[in-house]
Design a protein around this ligand. Structure first.
Ligand SMILES: [Zn+2]
Ligand SMILES: [Zn+2]
Length: 215
């Protein structure tokens, strides 16, 4: 089996597996497992933020305007959030698309259909069983891709709607025309041209595209 072992690759990212990973008989590498675990944690957190703030409070209010009325996301974006956090959304995708198959392969009984808000339940199951899946589940590559895709979609919804707006700040070093894309919450940034580091206070002193527009 040594020949096979020498060319063993992670089913998900196609990197050559390390000796320890081959010895453990893994199908996916530790790095892919770690990334998927982080993504599942992030999915849980993002889902909850979208579910409470955007998906329900604002939309359910029928668009009544308050002091924050003008910050409401556009309707298609709000619908996308409702779809993701509602019935048939992310929880259903994770359960019917991944959890059910893992349970079948493990020979475990199926879980009852989860509430569309049971993001804790489904992500906990997946996180707890991810090490097994990365070691032994033949379809792991598809599932890691699905997790990554859901993670990307939710993150995009959050940054697209509620995330801070990015703008350009101009490096203040003499004769440097470097530009940095920052937000009001950026803690630090490095000029791509002269490599000057700016902390939050330093960034606050820079000329921005808003200043130029106002000039
Ligand atoms: Zn990998
Ligand atoms: Zn610079």
């Amino acid at each position: 089996m040594n020949l096979d072992d020498a060319t063993a690759r992670c089913l998900a990212c196609n990197s050559p597996l390390w000796a320890a990973e081959i010895q453990a008989g893994r199908l996916a590498c530790f790095r892919c497992e770690g990334r998927a675990s982080e993504q599942l944690h992030a999915i849980r957190g993002t889902f909850k933020r979208l579910d409470t703030v955007d998906g329900h409070t604002k939309v359910r209010g029928g668009g009544t305007s308050g002091p924050t009325g003008s910050k409401e996301p556009p309707i298609p974006a709000r619908l996308a959030v409702l779809n993701a956090t509602g019935p048939g959304g992310v929880v259903a995708q994770l359960q019917s698309g991944i959890e059910d198959s893992w349970r079948k392969t493990l020979g475990w009984s199926m879980a009852a259909t989860r509430s569309h808000r049971d993001i804790d339940g489904v992500t906990t199951f997946l996180i707890n069983n991810l090490p097994w899946a990365c070691e032994k589940y033949p379809e792991i590559a598809d599932d890691l891709e699905a997790i990554s895709s859901i993670h990307g979609t939710l993150t995009g919804m959050e940054t697209g709607e509620r995330g801070p707006r990015k703008f350009t700040a101009y490096c203040s070093t003499d004769d440097c025309h470097g530009e940095m894309r920052i937000t009001l919450w950026t803690a630090r940034a490095t000029c791509p041209t002269c490599r000057t580091d700016y902390d939050k206070a330093g960034l606050g002193t820079l000329v921005t595209e808003y200043d130029k527009a106002a000039a």
